[in-house]
Design a protein around this ligand. Structure first.
Ligand SMILES: [Zn+2]
Length: 319
């Protein structure tokens, strides 16, 4: 069975010119490596780290897999100042029922490395039921994100100073906190539309000669108004509606802290609570919110932190 094993890929070749990015990316340009560590720790929690990304770039993620033999386990990690949940991988049905020995349970954890993460060696602390068990290091490698000037009409610029913006942000923040325990996604991530890459994740923007705060938290794909947008994987709609800056937006929870977002739609075709299949049409491309031309802004989040959708798409198209 092909599984979504992100640890197989921890780096990829970055293309120097954003304008030359297209989705028919040549897989041969992607460098894959992962490192397996086999480390045992003597502690009340019998934990063995069986796989970890020893390094990853800003915009990517770190994957950690461990085996635990303690009867009661609830693993989490402390990483970049946040406690993040780990999830137990489903136990195989054909497991030997006669075996009385406690089989180790296998846990995995995805740790986002957003564009503004600190670089260099970072400690990942493993916790069992909230108590520190052990720690391991991983290296964050800097990514040279581009800086691009953007232009906005006066009408669109006026949307950036609306007083009712905090209400939108509250709803978005709330949605990104969702951690549903069941894994709904499977295998590779589907590219939501066929389109030309217009703007990259991590880009810094200059508006009217001033460098804007923050960075571009998704991937912009140019496509004609009305082009159908497909769900990138199975999941449940957790947000669907009109937002000042994001325009008409859909957010899908794929389970275990993995969420995708689809912005600037001309219209959304699903409501909150709807279960969607990978490839199901959820909306149409538009130019609502703070944008000038029709495109899809596609966002991918792990435990609430945005990572590079291209990284995920490249990886998943490899499977
Ligand atoms: Zn965008």
């Amino acid at each position: 069975m092909v599984e979504w094993d992100l640890a197989k890929v921890q780096t990829r070749v970055r293309f120097p010119s954003p304008a030359k990015f297209y989705f028919n990316l040549n897989i041969s340009l992607i460098a894959f490596f992962s490192t397996l560590l086999f480390i045992s720790f003597s502690h009340t929690t019998d934990l063995k780290i069986v796989q970890i990304s020893t390094s990853a770039r800003q915009g990517e993620l770190i994957y950690l897999k461990s085996e635990v033999t303690s009867p009661q386990t609830n693993l989490s990690v402390n990483f970049l100042g946040k406690e993040l949940p780990c999830y137990q991988i489903a136990i195989k049905e054909n497991k030997n029922e006669t075996s009385q020995e406690s089989e180790p349970t296998v846990w995995e954890c995805f740790m986002a490395i957003p564009a503004d993460s600190p670089i260099g060696k970072q400690t990942i602390e493993l916790l069992d039921q909230g108590k520190a068990v052990t720690s391991v290091n991983s290296e964050i490698i800097p990514t040279a994100f581009p800086t691009e000037p953007i232009a906005l009409s006066e009408e669109k610029k006026s949307l950036l100073s609306r007083e009712d913006r905090p209400q939108d942000l509250k709803k978005i923040k709330q949605a990104l906190k969702i951690e549903s325990k069941t894994k709904k996604w499977e295998k590779e991530l589907l590219q939501p539309i066929q389109g030309k890459i217009e703007s990259l994740y991590g880009e810094k923007r200059i508006l009217d000669g001033e460098l804007k705060k923050g960075y571009h938290r998704g991937l912009d794909l140019g496509a004609p108004e009305g082009a159908p947008i497909k769900a990138a994987n199975h999941g449940e709609v957790i947000l669907a509606g009109k937002f000042i800056e994001e325009g008409n937006m859909v957010m899908i929870d794929h389970g275990q802290g993995f969420i995708t977002a689809y912005l600037h739609c001309s219209k959304t075709l699903v409501r909150k609570g709807k279960k969607v299949k990978k490839g199901e049409v959820i909306g149409e491309v538009g130019s609502t919110g703070v944008v000038n031309t029709p495109h899809l802004h596609f966002g991918t989040y792990i435990h609430g932190s945005p990572i590079d959708p291209l990284y995920l798409l490249n990886k998943f198209s490899y499977e």
